[in-house]
Design a protein around this ligand. Structure first.
Ligand code: SAH
Length: 262
């Protein structure tokens, strides 16, 4: 039989009716949930989740809880953001214990700030529970330390989401040695990203990787260079979500990848 969780982990007050909990679900592996996230999911009356949340995580919910899909796959917004924000307000006013469950960390490319602002404006009590963001979780499972004394003293997270077909990023700031660049939502723009990093000074043979569905049984890592990665990624026919990691730390993957893929 499992040992009960130590008292320290159980102390916090239980979910309060009428409160919205904005909870990070981590990158996929349910074991990467925080203890607080797992408890709140189990206590919720209603869970509003987006597409990055694994079904195995929703299995932790009370069978009587209502689970509402909020969408958020690219180009498929099941609920427009404004309506979603107001839905949270409505559910809280019905004195439900509401968990708004988001992939990774709610405050990293997750629009968590916008949702909480609406709650604040409507006087709804809320709490935010951090989660393991894709960069941290996926890099670990892919055997790529994001910083390393020999290779990278800084790490930046950027979104590669294309707006009007162009990516507006600080290219000179990104094309730096001694730095790791992690790109969320970058698969469509992978070629443009790699070309721009080369154009702004990084060598064509600078290491780069793309990881599909990191931390899940479907994880696949493709490594290459800024020059070769777009072609290799296309050949591999990766399925989303994917995360791009650029920097010399990618060289460590061959030796440090511990998670069995496929
Ligand atoms: N709030 C989330 C990020 C939301 S943006 C977080 O903190 O992780 C969605 C993007 O995150 C995806 O397009 C992808 O680039 C990345 N992502 C999330 N989960 C991932 C996973 N398991 N594997 C690879 N990339 C992932």
């Amino acid at each position: 039989m499992n040992k009960p969780l130590p008292e320290l982990l159980l102390q916090r007050a239980q979910a309060i009716p009428g409160t919205v909990y904005l909870v990070g679900a981590g990158p996929g592996d349910p074991q990467l949930l925080t203890v607080r996230a797992a408890r709140l999911i189990g206590e919720a009356d209603v869970i509003v989740y987006d597409y990055l949340v694994a079904s195995s995580i929703l299995d932790l919910a009370n069978p009587a809880a209502e689970c509402i899909f909020a969408g958020k796959r690219k180009g498929d917004h099941a609920l427009p953001q404004g309506e979603l924000n107001l839905l949270l307000v409505t559910l809280a006013r019905q004195q439900k214990r509401v968990v708004r469950l988001k992939g990774g960390d709610p405050y990293i490319f997750g629009r968590g700030g916008e949702e909480v602002e609406t709650l604040f404006e409507h006087g709804i009590p809320f709490e935010v529970v951090p989660g393991i963001t894709a960069a941290a979780g996926v890099a670990c499972y892919a055997g790529i330390p994001l910083t390393h004394r020999d290779y990278a003293q800084a790490c930046v997270f950027v979104t590669g989401h294309l707006k009007d077909g162009t990516i507006n990023l600080d290219w000179p700031g990104l094309a730096r040695r001694g730095q790791t660049v992690v790109i969320y939502m970058g698969s469509t723009g992978l070629s443009v990203l790699c070309q721009n990093l080369i154009a702004h000074g990084l060598p064509a043979d600078w290491p780069a990787a793309i990881v599909q569905q990191g931390t899940t049984p479907n994880q696949r890592t493709v490594t290459g260079t800024l020059f070769s990665l777009p072609r290799l990624a296309q050949q591999a026919q990766l399925t989303p979500p994917t995360l791009i990691i650029v920097g010399e730390v990618v060289k460590l993957h061959d030796r440090l990848a511990w998670f069995k893929e496929g």
